[in-house]
Design a protein around this ligand. Sequence first.
Ligand code: HEC
Length: 135
Amino acid sequence: MMRGLLMALLLVGLPAGASELEARLALADVDRGRILFGQCRTCHYPQQFMGHNTGPNLSGIFGKVAGKQPGFEYYSARFKAAQFVWTPKMMYAWLENPMAIYPDSTMMSNGVPDAQDRADLIAFLMQATRRDSEN
Ligand code: HEC
């Protein structure tokens, strides 16, 4: 409730150029993001030492080129050929409906349709996937 209000104020008062995602990240709830990551954790580990699962490891994912992690065998042709770098903004767009953007992806997930849920999840990932992070 309170956050909805803050959100509205922030969106109105934001300097030109700040994105919707930046506004949402400024209010993001990392603990909520950790809980939301539960739906990803069945396939992905955020910590490096855990390695790959049925999904690729997500340690240090921001800044990596998509679909190129050594040792992960189940990338789709689309991800193997991808040339983009994972940024919070890219992930925010993709996770809204992953199968809409890459229908032939091997990632069986409906994504995270709610915008603030996505921001909370990304805020958690920015923390949990920092290189050398063990949390
Ligand atoms: C059922 C297993 C599964 C679930 C659930 C799942 N993923 Fe994935 N994920 C995969 C697979 C498999 C790939 C490889 C996709 C491809 O190559 O098409 C992938 C790819 C990714 C990548 C790209 C990694 C890289 O190296 O480029 C990211 C980021 C990602 N997933 C994040 C998430 C997030 C966040 C969630 C939760 C909302 C999630 N995934 C849920 C299996 C899963």
